[in-house]
Design a protein around this ligand. Structure first.
Ligand SMILES: NC(=O)c1ccc[n+]([C@@H]2O[C@H](COP(=O)([O-])OP(=O)(O)OC[C@H]3O[C@@H](n4cnc5c(N)ncnc54)[C@H](OP(=O)(O)O)[C@@H]3O)[C@@H](O)[C@H]2O)c1
Length: 399
């Protein structure tokens, strides 16, 4: 059917590339382009020999002219952005200039301010519409599948959804005292930021990790969950009928939190540049350099993830609750594609989102969050490509 250009060659990109190759009817060709060419070539070497033709390229995605030149050379149907959130806008600019569809998994964050919100990317709506191209924002798991679950709940089970609790549990154990499951810089910026939840039309801020509950997850068991700010709440607050409350919860173990507190207390998580031996360095970037590479956690990580959404609302005038979730096993992922479940649960939906646009199912000029499209073909594809989902109609609720 067509050709995709993938930007980034890290943990998530590895899974996207594997999954594109498993879906060669849609992805006849992929070009893997990133800052470090050797990582692209290593991926190509792993995957060559199947039906999908693979090429590689070097690109600095902070530079729009370099991106435009690459897109013109490769001439893809879509650009799959699995680099870092800092590159979202430059890649969108290059897509606009070349009239190429766009998909990503995380919303734009300026490198010098730990604040992620959609306003920068939503500002491209008119320009994408006029150019006749589609931007699909946030096609990972959370954001991503959580938005598809919400659209599915809205379409099939509710007249009005009043509350959504998004629950992200990782019961995986990699054996290190401290490591992050995806890019450490992005991950630590996210978890050290203030928490927030949406209630009655506004976002209410909390201190980081200030709100804690325990939830007994299917197939995982009871875990401590902490309320975080998370980007999909911003778009769901606008796109779900009747919504009054949205909260996002993530599990953290005590050891992770203790390490994080110490690192924070000594200033290692700061993004303010400091002078070190005559050179400016950002402490958090230095920390990233000494922590285990998330891509190396695959062979060591045992256990499961469970990510899903609990909805409360009304259908035909009656109250209703609904829980939909996916359970993913770290070791099974490693066996299949050579990476742990966090990269897997992000990479599979990124491939599916790109396929939705490429096959025309979700082709609509403009900039859209994932819950704005028909969830049904995406839900089918989740079952087909390794992220099957489960439903409960009387789940335990979170107070
Ligand atoms: N929605 C979700 O559920 C979800 C979950 C997890 C992660 N994510 C997102 O997925 C994305 C990828 O995460 P990851 O864990 O795969 O990160 P990663 O392992 O650090 O990979 C990032 C890749 O981007 C490349 N890159 C960085 N800056 C670049 C630049 N200026 N030009 C070209 N390439 C550049 C890196 O190149 P080098 O190798 O040279 O550093 C690396 O290959 C991130 O945006 C993350 O926020 C989303």
């Amino acid at each position: 059917m067509g050709k995709a250009l993938m930007i980034g060659a890290g943990g998530v990109a590895g899974v996207v590339a594997h999954k594109c190759c498993q879906n060669s009817e849609v992805f006849e060709e992929i070009c893997i382009a990133s800052r470090t060419l050797s990582k692209c070539n290593a991926l190509k070497e792993k995957l060559d020999g199947g039906k999908t033709k693979i090429t590689t390229a070097q690109v600095d995605a902070n530079h729009v002219p370099a991106l435009i030149a690459l897109i013109e050379k490769v001439n893809p149907d879509i650009v799959i952005n699995v680099a870092l959130p800092y590159q979202d806008l430059t890649i969108m600019d290059a897509c606009l200039a070349t009239k190429t569809d766009y998909v990503d998994t995380a919303n734009y964050e300026p490198e010098d301010t730990a604040k992620f919100e959609y306003k920068w990317q939503w500002a491209y709506r008119d320009r994408f519409k006029e150019a006749g191209i589609t931007a699909l924002l946030g096609s990972g798991f959370d954001p991503g599948v959580t938005g598809v679950f919400s659209a599915y709940a809205q379409k099939h089970y509710f007249d009005e959804i009043h509350s959504i609790d998004i629950l992200d549990a990782n019961a995986g154990d990699h054996g290190y005292p401290f490591a992050t499951n995806f890019n450490p810089e992005i991950n630590i910026r996210e978890v050290t930021a203030n928490g927030s939840y949406f209630e009655n039309g506004q976002f209410i801020e909390t201190e980081p990790m200030a709100i804690k509950r325990v939830y007994d997850f299917p197939q995982i068991g009871p875990k401590d969950i902490y309320l975080l700010h998370h980007e999909e709440m911003e778009s769901l607050a606008q796109n779900i009928n009747g919504i009054k409350k949205i909260r996002f919860w993530m599990t953290f173990g005590q050891s992770y939190l203790t390490h994080l507190k110490v690192l924070e207390n000594v200033g290692m998580t700061s993004i303010e540049p400091i002078e070190f031996e005559g050179k400016k360095i950002v402490p958090l970037q230095f920390l990233k350099a000494v922590l285990p590479d998330p891509a190396s956690l695959g062979p060591r990580t045992k256990g499961k993830t469970n990510i899903g959404c609990i909805f409360q609302g009304v259908k035909d005038g009656k109250p209703r609750t609904y829980y939909v979730y996916n359970v993913c096993d770290h070791q099974e992922c490693y066996k299949e594609v050579g990476s742990q479940a966090i990269s897997y649960t992000t990479g599979v939906p990124a491939m599916i989102g790109a396929a939705m646009v490429m096959t025309g199912k979700w082709k609509r000029p403009g900039v859209y969050n994932i819950e704005e499209f028909d969830p049904d073909p995406f839900m089918d594809a989740l079952n087909q490509f390794g992220l099957p989902w489960h439903e409960e109609f009387a789940p335990t609720l979170i107070d």
